[in-house]
Design a protein around this ligand. Structure first.
Ligand code: LLP
Length: 463
């Protein structure tokens, strides 16, 4: 490793805020980070640490951008595009409402996510339900709540849904709207764990192996079900638009094949989520309007080739809506210089959270951007490792980062782009209390998910 212990330029100059990485309203004022006009020291003072701060305006803008970009690209083709916010990335009642207010529907992947969407007052028809192993209770809840689509993930599930529908008195006169999840064999995205459409994994039905077509055909044999279309989510944190285009081509071909075989033209295709964001300044987020246009051109071209109409389209962005809009603010505790085996000094900066509020570095080797947030700090930089407070040496939030050499107990560290899959994957490891989510907008902070208490922890402990 060749990291210098100190660097020449002041840390504050080297680490000016990268617009793609930090929330849209993030600013440096005299070296202190502000979000939505609020200094982080004030926010941390009022709400404690660690806390997730969510830039509401940024979230809304990002949500709106998906809707407008896709509508603009697809309206010349005469088709609608529905944008579903993937709730697994981060879902709360407030966020579900914001997404809905900006014209998005809500994609859920469990009974719990469905419950949050329902609590937010989202109409069933604007909700989708996913899951590779849905329980009868989840399916029944979705059917009773008149969810707009249940995405079938296995051949078994066809019979399971039919049985649930029948038991709830639903039949051919009022069929349950469904889609079939297809694995198109495209291996895209970041870590292997989040690439979801290659063949050898648990999701969906294989296009190449023929089970996708078989499932679609079987659904058509059940009058209790209404086949809306096919669905393919190819992975997450994808930076390359080509993978989405390829996916669209495969799905249109599948649609044409079913048409040829069963004389049924599916009205809709869902291409899932997966749009990549920038976690570090060197990464480039996917350009949403450009992607929308490329997809529209591809879909129009392939539909023409296949001599078929252009279907209604839906997409399911999660990370790209909420990821960059949120930051985590931690309070620094112990700062410990450790001499490495290579002979240089690494500053271990311990913060008051860790892998329980951000498991992504440990799980995927995810990289983040962080900075001293409450002040500019010393001009000299030190090689630091930002670690949490858990009883694990792998409890690392940033493996290698230059921090001002005078970073000390009581300082605040902000980590950027923690909106997606951080709070939603948070745990109570070591019985830590999961942090709150505080929405900030126009100089006002509002708690949308409160901090857990010890009473919350003990509420499930039966003694
Ligand atoms: N639709 C479906 C069917 C999905 O499975 C997912 C994500 C999405 C949409 C939203 O994908 P996004 O736009 O957020 O990339 N925990 C991992 C990510 C898992 C993604 C699971 N599915 C991570 O922290 O990177």
């Amino acid at each position: 490793m060749t990291f210098p212990v100190t660097a020449d330029a002041p840390v504050s100059e080297r680490e000016a805020l990268s617009a793609h990485v930090w929330p849209a309203t993030a600013r440096l004022v005299d070296g202190e980070l502000h979000v939505a006009g609020l200094p982080v020291s004030e926010l941390a003072g009022e709400h404690g640490t660690p806390t997730f701060f969510l830039d509401e305006q940024d979230f809304r803008e990002r949500a709106k951008r998906f809707v407008s970009a896709f509508r603009q690209a697809f309206s010349p083709l005469g088709v609608e595009v529905d944008v579903y916010y993937a709730g697994k990335s981060f879902l709360s009642v407030a966020v579900a409402r914001w997404a809905h207010e900006e014209g998005l529907r809500i994609d859920t992947a469990s009974g719990g996510e469905l419950a949050v969407a329902e609590r937010a007052g989202i109409a069933g028809e604007d909700i989708g339900l996913h899951g590779n192993n849905k329980s009868d209770a989840e399916i029944r809840r979705a059917i009773s709540g008149r969810v707009g689509r249940i995405v079938i993930d296995s051949l078994d599930e066809i019979e399971q849904i039919v049985a649930c529908a029948t038991s709830l008195g639903r039949g051919a006169q009022d069929p349950v709207p469904v889609m079939v999840r297809v694995t198109t064999g495209i291996h895209a995205g970041g870590h292997d764990f989040i690439a979801t459409a290659r063949e050898d994994q648990k999701f969906g039905l294989s296009l190449a192996g023929g089970t996708a077509l078989e499932a679609l055909s079987r659904v058509l044999d059940h009058p209790e079900l209404h086949l809306l279309g096919a669905h393919a989510h190819i992975g997450s944190q994808i930076q390359d638009a080509t993978a989405f285009e390829l996916n669209a081509r495969k799905m249109l071909t599948l649609r044409a094949d079913l048409h040829a075989q069963r004389d049924y033209l599916m009205p809709e295709l869902d291409l899932g989520g997966g749009y990549g964001i920038a976690y570090t300044p060197s990464e480039t987020p996917i350009d949403v309007p450009d992607l929308a246009q490329r997809l529209a051109d591809t879909i129009a071209g392939v539909a023409k080739e296949l001599n078929t109409s252009v279907p209604r389209l839906s997409i399911e962005p999660g990370r790209s809506v909420v990821g960059p809009a949120m930051i985590t603010v931690y309070r620094v505790g112990v700062v410990k210089p450790v001499v490495t085996e290579e002979g240089f000094t690494r500053l271990y900066v311990s913060v008051d959270g860790g892998m329980s509020d951000n498991i992504r570095p440990a799980l995927y080797g995810a990289q983040y951007t962080a900075r001293l947030a409450n002040r500019a700090g010393d001009s000299a930089g030190a090689l630091a490792r930002v670690v949490g407070k858990h009883c694990e040496s792998g409890d690392i939030i940033l493996d290698e980062v230059i921090m001002p050499a005078d970073i000390r107990r009581g300082d605040l560290i902000a980590v950027a782009a923690t909106g997606a899959y951080n709070r939603s994957m948070a745990s109570n490891y070591n019985n830590l209390l999961r942090p709150p989510v505080v929405a900030v907008r126009d100089g006002v902070a509002r708690v949308i998910v409160r901090r857990e208490t010890e009473d919350d922890l003990l509420a499930t402990d039966c003694g």
